[in-house]
Design a protein around this ligand. Structure first.
Ligand SMILES: Nc1ncnc2c1ncn2[C@@H]1O[C@H](COP(=O)(O)OP(=O)(O)O)[C@@H](O)[C@H]1O
Ligand SMILES: [Mg+2]
Length: 609
């Protein structure tokens, strides 16, 4: 693992704006020097280009005057020629300087957006991640970072230069003839306004089209994921027809969008025509009446050509601009929400002295209609090993999650050594508690890195020692790449039992004073489980341990067993005491021939009949 991963000091997580424009402005402000320089350079570039017709006019007028007076033409046009050359050079220099800045700024800006969004995202609650897919969150982050850059570039490289061109050409024409400038000004206002309105109308079509496209890809993904089922049921043709329906919709939506865009193009071509005829016709009239020189006429004509060239596609750029803003809006709407579980201001680190866990009058529900716990009171004594038993859905995992503050109780409190878990920092809480879930997921990193995740500064030897204890070493060295093996996304290339052993090794390395095992050995066969029992005993020494297990034999050696039923503690005592009581636990024990608990009460009753 890269040593810098452990030690780099990271900036604190900052609050982010949750509206698209303020969100973009945040990054403009961050990089204001570069952005301001680019504003100047872009103004320079577009100012120089739009002044070219002026230089041409000066040259033509110079030649005309020289010819009329019989002077040396080159002497007359020398200055305008240098102006022309300087303007061209200005275009080159400004545009390339701006390009250089863009190369520097673009990637840095996108990195910053991604970093900040990722840091914000990390702090969301368990609930948030259960209801948002990892893939779509990653996509949103990518889209927002692209979107922010695109919005800024569109303003910098499209809107702003166009505004400069419009402004400069107005001034140039006004000097020749104010009425000519007025014609152009009116055209600009109408053109920009109509382009904007058309783009806004077009957005609806573009959105529908995008939705249809993603429905098609979604259908293909779904169909490919279930290709086995399609094959097994001989439904290939059915799937093709099913896809056809979606493709049909996409084609229809694409056509409406493109028709609308075609309409926009009609508007653009016609307005270009109007501008050309208007400006050139009027200028010709002035020229013919002697109110305008040949140079001025040439300038007016080439100005309108240049403007038409630049203003073409304004609707499209507005449309894209809206689209980028829309993407940013969707992305920040999903990611930049208030965090559900936050450290209190001034939260202190948790200090575990003895390892007592205490539930006091805890009410908890995932959703208001279905409470899981009502007024739950429970104490796990320091160093005690407690087994939690109950049918699936009785709230065992929930209890463990509450200790870790992955969810927050609606009422009551949970104390560790007298400290309310809500008042300590989440980092310190989770450092003090090691939890092995039923279905541990692994990073798509080497097995070495995956185990070392429990303690980043552990040496390779320590990692291997932990793997030995968890009885993972054997299968790891049997793999082709051993500890360097990558295990696929989320660890899909390992079996459930292998992943559980990696997670166990991780927890052994972590060595926290409190240990929670949520069916952590459920995927192991009983032989392997027996094998690692010794390591588990070692792991559990001098710690407070809560073990949830389906296989009751796993729990027989616990100090105490707590039996849950529908979120209530129905029995509590040692294995022997509970057997003697002949209640729920004794019943379940009798049901298991060293095997498993029945899935639920019905199954058990059915079996009991
Ligand atoms: N993330 C969740 N959102 C909503 N309900 C949940 C969630 N997790 C569990 N539940 C519900 O809470 C109850 C207790 O679940 P859980 O604690 O996982 O039970 P156990 O671990 O004992 O099988 C069940 O009714 C379950 O459906
Ligand atoms: Mg569970």
């Amino acid at each position: 693992m890269d040593a810098s991963l452990q030690h780099a000091a990271l900036p604190a997580v900052e609050a982010l704006p949750d509206r698209p424009l303020p969100f973009c402005l945040r990054y403009v402000r961050r990089y204001w020097v570069q952005v301001a320089t680019m504003v100047v350079l872009e103004a320079g570039q577009s100012g120089c280009s739009i002044l070219l017709p002026f230089a041409i006019k000066q040259m033509m007028d110079g030649v005309a005057v020289a010819q009329a007076g019989g002077h040396d033409a080159w002497a007359a046009v020398r200055e305008p020629f240098w102006l022309f050359a300087a303007l061209n050079l200005g275009v080159v220099l400004c545009s390339r300087a701006s390009g250089t800045l863009l190369v520097m700024l673009g990637p840095a800006l996108r990195r910053r957006v991604r970093r900040e969004l990722f840091a914000w995202l990390q702090l969301h609650s368990q609930r948030y991640f259960l209801s948002n897919f990892a893939g779509s969150l990653a996509n949103r982050i990518a889209e927002v970072s692209m979107g922010v850059a695109q919005v800024i570039w569109t303003v910098l490289f499209d809107f702003w230069p166009l505004a400069i061109s419009f402004g400069v050409s107005q001034v140039l024409l006004a000097q020749v003839n104010p009425r000519l400038a007025l014609v152009l000004g009116a055209w600009i206002v109408v053109y920009v306004l109509v382009s904007f309105l058309l783009a806004r109308r077009c957005r609806r079509y573009a959105r529908d089209y995008a939705a249809a496209r993603s429905a098609v890809s979604g259908t293909i993904v779904d169909s490919v994921s279930n290709i086995m089922t399609a094959k097994l049921f001989a439904r290939r043709d059915f799937e093709r027809r099913y896809l056809d329906d979606y493709l049909e919709v996409e084609v229809a939506r694409a056509r409406s969008t493109f028709w609308f865009m075609e309409g926009i193009r009609w508007f653009q071509f016609l307005s270009a025509l109007v501008l050309m005829l208007g400006v050139i016709g009027y200028a010709l009239k002035l020229f013919g009446a002697g109110a305008m020189s040949a140079g001025q006429f040439a300038m007016a004509a080439s100005l309108s050509l240049l403007l038409i060239e630049q203003a073409r596609g304004l609707s499209r750029r507005f449309l894209e601009f809206f689209e980028f803003l829309g993407n940013i809006n969707d992305g920040v709407g999903m990611i930049v929400r208030p965090h559900e579980v936050v450290d209190l201001p001034g939260a202190a680190p948790l200090a575990v002295t003895r390892g007592e866990i205490r539930f006091e009058h805890v009410d908890f529900a995932y959703s208001a209609e279905r409470p899981v716990f009502r007024d739950l009171n429970l104490v796990f004594a320091p160093g005690e090993r407690v087994g939690l038993v109950g049918y699936s859905g009785s709230g065992k995992s929930t209890l463990v999650n509450l200790v870790l503050r992955l969810f927050e109780p609606q009422a009551g409190r949970i104390l560790i050594d007298g400290q309310d878990v809500r008042t300590v920092t989440q980092e310190s809480l989770r450092a003090a508690v090691a939890m092995i879930p039923q279905d541990p997921l692994l990073f798509h990193r080497s097995l070495m890195d995956n185990i070392r995740y429990g303690r980043l500064d552990a040496s390779d030897e320590e990692v291997i020692e932990a793997a030995r204890r968890a009885h993972a070493h054997e299968f790891i060295v049997a793999m082709e790449q051993g500890y360097d093996a990558l295990v696929g996304e989320r660890g899909v290339k390992l079996s459930g039992g292998q992943r559980q052993r990696i997670a166990l090794a991780r927890a052994i390395l972590k060595g926290s004073p409190i240990l929670l095992l949520d069916e952590a050995t459920s995927a192991l066969d009983s032989v392997t489980e027996k094998l690692i029992q010794q390591s588990l005993d070692f792991l559990m020494r001098d710690r407070t341990v809560v073990v949830i297990a389906h296989r009751l034999s796993t729990l027989a050696s616990m100090d105490r067993i707590v039996v849950f039923h529908e979120g209530r503690v129905v029995e509590d005592g040692s294995h022997a005491a509970l057997l003697a009581r002949d209640g729920h636990y004794a019943h379940m024990w009798a049901m298991q021939a060293g095997g498993f608990l029945p899935e639920d009460a019905q199954a058990e009753e059915a079996a009991g009949d």
